[in-house]
Design a protein around this ligand. Structure first.
Ligand SMILES: Nc1ncnc2c1ncn2[C@@H]1O[C@H](COP(=O)(O)OP(=O)(O)OP(=O)(O)O)[C@@H](O)[C@H]1O
Length: 360
């Protein structure tokens, strides 16, 4: 049965390096949570501690409320999915699926039954006699996951399983993975540095930086209500625009003035006066004709374009439908202030402002 996973103040030090710092988070039964962050932020070390390959320096790991301290990896009932969905190329799908059970000494009849059941759930019945090296990537993904699930793990851990695959393949495998997860309802901890992967597949995302958890939330929360500058900048492609602004407060209202606009009212709240950052995502800026901001260049994405527009000495990135502007045009800019963020330049925290445009 799939289980609940709790990490409490988990810490790992390697001599001077604090790889993971007081990490607390919990995964509900059946939840798909991604650990997302740049290289070296402590994702793999966290995974290795949960799997039992690394011993925590401090803190605890609980599976269904029971500490796993001291339990070797093979006694943790954890399913690990390897990089690139490696399967044994010379073995049949059936033998690949049976491998983990055989290693555990499960008898032939029981093995056959379990393999049949998992093959049915993952739509692999017609492929049971096919060799590993005759599978396409989507089939390999299912076999790699099936090989793990057949052992009835309490938790499934995946460490950058798609990292060496090309972009088109990753996109189609992401979709399939989501379907598999929906159907199987396993508790999954998925490690990735790829925000698109995390955003598209996860129930919740835990964003890490330099060993510390920055925020945990649904993809929507992480994208729309990041807690700090790191999360705001790490999530979103193209990245959020950060515009230097001067904050004015009064009557419970917060307004900002930037190099290109005066007195933009963000909403109700309080903010320290002075210079801070106004965060606006590239999809939340509209362009108009007859303005004063020059389009320096544009990148075509297909149906959309990214305009690079000069604004008070910096280049803003703006996503528009293709064909709305050309290089050298001068455009006006309208920010969707309901979706703007105000980021404290001192603490890097996103300041809580209740937008007038969004119902409470
Ligand atoms: N065995 C080790 N000995 C010493 N330092 C280590 C060891 N393993 C990891 N580290 C350090 O701990 C920090 C976190 O590494 P970790 O591999 O967990 O990060 P990551 O987010 O998974 O990055 P990547 O995606 O590059 O693997 C890094 O500074 C790394 O150099």
């Amino acid at each position: 049965m799939t289980a609940k996973l709790e990490l409490r103040d988990l810490e790992k030090r390697f001599d001077e390096t604090v790889a993971v710092k007081k990490l607390s988070l919990s995964l509900e039964k059946g939840e798909f949570v991604s650990l997302l962050g740049p290289s070296g932020c402590g994702k793999s070390t966290t995974l290795a501690m949960v799997a039992g390959f690394e011993t925590p320096t401090a803190g605890s790991i609980l599976v269904d409320g029971q500490s796993v301290e001291g339990l070797p990896p093979q006694r943790r009932r954890i399913g690990l999915v390897f990089q690139d969905y490696a399967v044994f190329s010379k073995l049949s799908v059936r033998a690949n699926l049976a491998f983990g059970l055989e290693a555990k000494g499960v008898g032939r009849a029981e093995r056959a039954k379990a393999v049949q059941a998992i093959a049915e759930r993952l739509d692999l019945t017609n492929l049971l006699d096919r060799r590993g090296d005759r599978l396409n990537m989507s089939e390999m993904q299912r076999v790699a996951i099936g090989r793990v699930l057949v052992t009835e793990p309490q938790l499934v851990l995946l460490d950058e399983p798609m990292s060496n695959l090309d972009a088109a393949l990753r996109a189609s495998l992401r979709g399939e993975m989501k379907l598999i997860q929906k159907q199987l309802q396993q508790t999954v901890l998925y490690v990735t540095h790829d925000q698109v992967e995390a955003m598209s597949m996860s129930d919740r995302i835990a964003v890490m930086s330099m060993g510390e958890l920055q925020q945990i939330g649904t993809p929507e929360e992480i994208y729309r209500r990041p807690r700090n500058r790191f999360v705001a900048e790490f999530i979103g492609d193209p990245p959020i625009n950060l515009i230097a602004c001067e904050v004015q407060t009064g009557g419970g209202q917060v307004a900002v003035t930037t190099a290109g606009h005066r007195g933009l009212v963000l909403g109700r709240g309080s903010a320290p006066a002075g210079r801070h950052w106004l965060g606006i995502r590239p999809h939340d800026i509209r362009i108009g004709t007859g303005g004063s901001f020059p389009v320096r260049f544009l990148e075509t994405l297909g149906a959309e374009e990214v305009l690079h527009v000069e604004y008070g000495g910096q280049l803003l990135q703006i996503v528009t439908p293709t064909g709305q502007a050309r290089e050298g045009d001068r455009v006006s800019l309208q920010f969707d202030l309901r979706r703007a963020l105000l980021i404290d330049a001192g603490s890097d925290a996103v300041l809580p402002i209740e937008s007038f445009g969004v119902a409470a």
